[in-house]
Design a protein around this ligand. Structure first.
Ligand code: C5P
Length: 251
């Protein structure tokens, strides 16, 4: 099965329901998806996601909840959000192979039960806030780049559809691990826009040339005077039509 998903998922990082509603409407109009994460989820709960889903049932949703717990608990967490029908959900690859397999099994079983397409799970490799020293301090083996590859391979071997990675990880992951992983890439800045707190940024064009599947773009869109126009301008600036196949071992 192949599902056509948007190139850009706009990061809606707000606890404010009204702001989220307005941005969701603008992103639907612009042909983007939305990423809702812990900030929105913890403020508004699954009911908040449902409210946006009910208004925009076709708007592709990336649920960035970065699950990390024992396999049984993560499996339960995945089941609990399945009815929200996200296209993507994140979990930490460092939770291990059994956790990832259990999560993907739960996603597929629950989708079958609900009669919907299964969500694709994405492994978070190394948070970009961690450098080599911070990685060593939590007992993981630096350098960061090697640990990203190690966790990306583990995610792939555990049946996940893809990973979240920085723009600078795209080329090594594509080279070492292969072509069909979904690569969801944050830290994207259109040429000329402010880096803000992002340290290692890439333009949309650079990331796509390297092999990104999707781009996560937040503030360059959400803080624009007209978010829909900003998203449309970014899409118009690169000539890539994205029909990324959602693939995992079950679909
Ligand atoms: O484009 P902007 O910097 O506003 O987007 C930030 C979004 O990307 C946030 O939702 C953040 O959680 C996410 N993100 C990131 N860096 C990562 C992983 C995710 O900025 N390594």
């Amino acid at each position: 099965m192949s599902v056509s998903l948007p190139l850009i998922f706009c990061a809606i990082d707000t606890p404010d329901m009204n702001a989220a509603r307005h941005l969701a409407a603008a992103m639907q109009e612009a042909g983007c998806g939305i990423k809702l994460g812990l900030e929105f989820f913890n403020a508004n709960g699954p009911q908040g996601i449902s409210a946006i889903r009910n208004t925009h049932p076709e708007l592709p949703l990336f649920l960035d909840l970065k699950c990390h717990d024992i396999p049984n608990t993560v499996g339960g967490a995945v089941r609990a959000v399945a009815s929200l029908a996200p296209a993507y959900l994140t979990l930490h690859a460092s939770g291990g192979a059994t956790m990832m397999r259990t999560a993907q099994d739960a996603a597929n079983e629950e989708a079958l039960r609900l009669g919907i397409a299964p969500m694709a799970l994405l492994g978070v490799t190394v948070l970009t806030s961690l450098d080599d020293a911070a990685l060593g301090a939590i007992g993981q083996v630096p350098p960061v780049e090697r640990q990203v590859l190690r966790l990306a391979k583990l995610a792939q071997d555990s049946g996940l559809a893809g990973i979240v990675c920085s723009g600078h990880d795209i080329a090594p992951v594509r080279k070492d691990i292969g072509g069909d992983l979904v690569l969801m890439v944050p830290g994207i800045r259109p040429a000329g826009s402010a880096a803000q707190d992002q340290k290692r940024i890439m333009t949309p064009q650079e990331a796509l040339r390297s092999g990104a599947t999707h781009l996560v773009i937040g503030r360059p869109i959400t803080e624009a005077a007209d978010p829909g126009a900003a998203a449309a301008a970014i899409l118009a600036g690169q000539n890539v039509v994205n029909t990324a196949p959602v693939k995992n071992k079950y679909i």
